[in-house]
Write a protein that binds this ligand. Structure first.
Ligand code: FMN
Length: 250
């Protein structure tokens, strides 16, 4: 437990291994209902959650996310961008059409994202840990099929939570000169100095950390993250199949 929201945020680290201690329904509900108070675009609350308890589906999601523990440990939610509910509520052709378009599509992904980060924080405030799993979109269509997702919904993240079995160290973050600009996107004098400083800090972190110590540099890590061919090239096609992002003729 930590004293303040900023201490909690600064102590954040992703957890990927969880003990057998069950997360009760009450705890899960506490986390979700608190996280629902995240800001939401146009007050549309354009997300929903599916808890996955079926062992076959969890196994499939473990394979898709390439994380074996997803099959068995903790509780597992899939966070959806969801304009399906709003289409039902609004129920006019104009509103339904609006909900398919890019800005509302982005609104639902933004809502789902902010809500997920809020779940991360509430989870940690209660002494639990979590991992956000963007990798469920390694096979978006399979997730849609397993979860029977209706039109105007799409998976955004997996969210696995539980009582931490290990305590990873917090990873350092960039200092402000690398990301805080004034009035215009003009890199401040200390921009390059900060990148060099952060690179050293990152290098030390990776060399000194408890598990999986290694020789890392910022530019290499960035290159490695981007070195493979673009992933999820089918995402637009699948989003369109789900009713989002129609071709616009005007
Ligand atoms: C959008 C998003 C997607 C992510 N997807 C995955 C994932 O698929 N698998 C995973 O193990 N971690 C995933 N993570 C966690 C990141 O790897 C982690 O946040 C990052 O390495 C920084 O570490 P920290 O959270 O411990 O500070 C994801 C995080 C975000 C924000």
């Amino acid at each position: 437990m930590t004293d303040s929201v900023s201490d909690l945020l600064k102590a954040h680290r992703t957890h990927r291994n969880f003990t057998d201690q069950p997360v009760t329904d009450e705890t899960l509900a506490t986390i979700i209902t608190a996280a629902q108070h995240a800001p939401t675009s146009q007050y549309l609350q354009a997300y929903s959650l599916i808890e996955v308890t079926d062992p076959t589906i969890r196994q499939a999601l473990a394979k898709i996310t390439t994380r074996a523990t997803v099959a068995t440990q903790g509780r597992l939610l899939v966070v959806l961008a969801d304009q399906h509910r709003n289409a039902k509520l609004a129920a006019t052709p104009v509103a339904k059409r609006a909900l398919t378009e890019l800005d509302r599509f982005m609104g639902s992904v933004e809502d789902a994202t902010l809500m997920t980060e809020a779940m991360v924080m509430v989870t940690e405030s209660l002494g639990l840990g979590s991992v956000v799993l963007g990798s469920i979109n390694n096979d978006t269509q399979a997730v849609i099929d397993y979860l029977h997702l209706p039109a105007l919904t799409l998976p955004v993240f997996g969210f696995q939570l539980g009582y931490p079995a290990t305590e990873p160290e917090t990873k350092p973050r960039l200092g402000l000169p690398a990301l805080l600009f004034k009035n215009q996107y003009v890199e401040p004098e200390r921009y390059q100095t900060e990148l060099t400083r952060f690179d050293q800090r990152l290098h030390t972190y990776y060399q000194q950390r408890g598990g999986n110590a290694r020789d890392e540099h910022l530019a290499n890590m960035t290159r490695e993250a981007l070195g493979t061919a673009a992933k999820r090239r089918d995402f637009l096609t699948i989003a369109r199949r789900q009713g989002f992002l129609p071709e616009i003729e005007d």
